[in-house]
Ligand binder design. Structure first.
Ligand SMILES: C[S@@+](CC[C@H](N)C(=O)[O-])C[C@H]1O[C@@H](n2cnc3c(N)ncnc32)[C@H](O)[C@@H]1O
Length: 287
C-alpha cells in the first residue's frame, strides 16, 4: 500500500464512522470482501479479503512490474466495478481511480464505500452504462481493468473500440473474461446450457466467432442478478481467436495471455471449467 494512503486507511480503521459502518451491515455483499476496520469487513470470514484475492494480487504484481513500482498518480478506470473492491485496492496504491457501475443497486454500495473512505480523494465512482464511455466526457486512462465485464456485452468488438478511445499508446488493459468454448471443450464448461451454437458476427466488415450467452435464463427477473448485464438480455462470448483478433483490430496489438496465477494443473482445469481468460494488452510493445 502507498504510505500516504496507508495512513489515511489506518486512521479510518481506528476511528470508524459508526453510522456508516451500520449501513454496510444492512447491504447484501456478494463478492468483494472489503476491509472496514482492523477486524470488520463487508463479508467477514466467508472469503479472503479483496487485497488477498489471487486475481487482485496478480493484477497488482503485474502492474508494479510493468510500471517499475511507480503506481502513484496513474489514472485507472475499473469497468463494471460491482461493489468497488478492486477500485478501493487500486486507490490504496495511490492510483487515481474511477469505478464505473451500471447497476444502481451495486453503485449504491460503491457510494457507501466512497463516503466511508471519503479521505481517499483518489477513489471515485460513476453510475453509467460502460457503452456510453468516451474520451470526450471521461478522458483517457493509463490502466483499464475490464474484469468480469466483456462477456456481459452484446457487442464486445464495438466496446473494444471504446477502450481504444479512452486509452493512450502506453495504457495497459487488463482483461479477465469468459471466452466461448470450442465444440470440443463445451461439455466441460459449466455454462454450456446457457450458450448457443457457434456463430459468426460481422463488425467493421471483419468476421468474429463466438456464442450467445443467455444473461437471464436462470432468473425469474434479471434485475435481481447483481452480476448480470445491465442493458442487454444476451451477451456475445467471443472465441479465443476472435477475442485476440478484436483486441488487435481495436488497437491493442500486444496481447499477453497470463498463466501461473494458480497451481498450473488447477489452472488448466479452471480454464476449461469456466472457459476463462486472463490477459493484458497494450498498444505499444512495452516489454
Ligand atoms: C461479474 S460482475 C464483475 C465485477 C467486478 N468487475 C469483478 O471482476 O469482481 C459484472 C459487473 O458489471 C456490471 N455491468 C454489467 N454490464 C454493465 C454495463 N453495460 N455497464 C456498466 N456496468 C455493467 C454488473 O452490474 C456487475 O456489477
Amino acid at each position: 500500500m502507498d504510505n500516504k494512503m496507508k495512513d489515511i486507511v489506518l486512521g479510518i480503521w481506528d476511528n470508524p464512522n459508526e453510522l456508516l459502518l451500520a449501513e454496510f451491515k444492512k447491504k447484501n455483499w456478494t463478492s468483494h470482501n472489503i476491509p472496514l476496520t482492523r477486524t470488520i469487513s463487508t463479508m467477514g470470514d466467508a472469503v479472503p479479503l479483496i487485497g488477498n484475492d489471487r486475481r487482485m494480487q496478480i493484477i497488482k504484481n503485474t502492474l508494479r512490474f510493468l510500471k517499475k513500482g511507480e503506481l502513484s498518480g496513474l489514472k485507472l478506470i475499473d469497468l463494471g466495478c460491482l461493489e468497488g473492491g478492486l477500485s478501493f485496492e487500486m486507490a490504496c496504491e495511490g492510483i487515481n481511480v474511477v469505478g464505473v457501475e451500471g447497476r444502481v443497486l451495486n453503485y449504491e454500495k460503491c457510494v457507501l464505500l466512497k463516503n466511508y473512505y471519503s479521505d481517499l480523494s483518489n477513489l471515485n465512482f460513476i453510475c453509467s452504462d460502460v457503452k456510453k464511455l468516451s474520451k470526450n466526457e471521461h478522458g483517457v486512462f493509463d490502466i483499464v481493468l475490464c474484469c468480469g465485464l466483456l462477456y456481459h456485452l452484446d457487442n464486445p468488438m464495438s466496446f473494444i473500440d471504446i477502450l481504444d478511445d479512452i486509452t493512450h499508446d502506453d495504457s495497459i488493459l487488463f482483461l479477465d473474461t469468459h471466452i466461448a468454448p470450442s465444440d470440443m471443450d463445451l461439455d466441460s464448461c459449466i455454462f454450456k446450457n446457457d450458450l448457443s451454437h457457434f456463430l459468426e458476427l460481422k463488425y467493421n466488415n471483419i468476421s468474429y466467432e463466438g456464442r450467445w450467452y443467455d444473461e437471464y435464463s436462470k432468473e425469474a427477473n434479471g434485475s435481481d442478478n447483481e452480476w448480470a448485464a445491465v442493458s442487454n438480455p444476451k451477451s456475445f462470448w467471443l472465441s479465443f481467436d476472435s477475442l485476440v483478433k478484436s483486441l488487435y483490430y481495436g488497437g491493442f496489438r500486444r496481447i499477453y495471455n497470463m498463466y501461473g496465477g494458480f497451481d498450473i494443473e488447477q489452472e488448466f482445469e479452471l480454464r476449461k471449467k469456466y472457459s476463462r481468460l486472463y490477459c493484458f494488452a497494450t498498444k505499444n510493445n512495452i516489454i
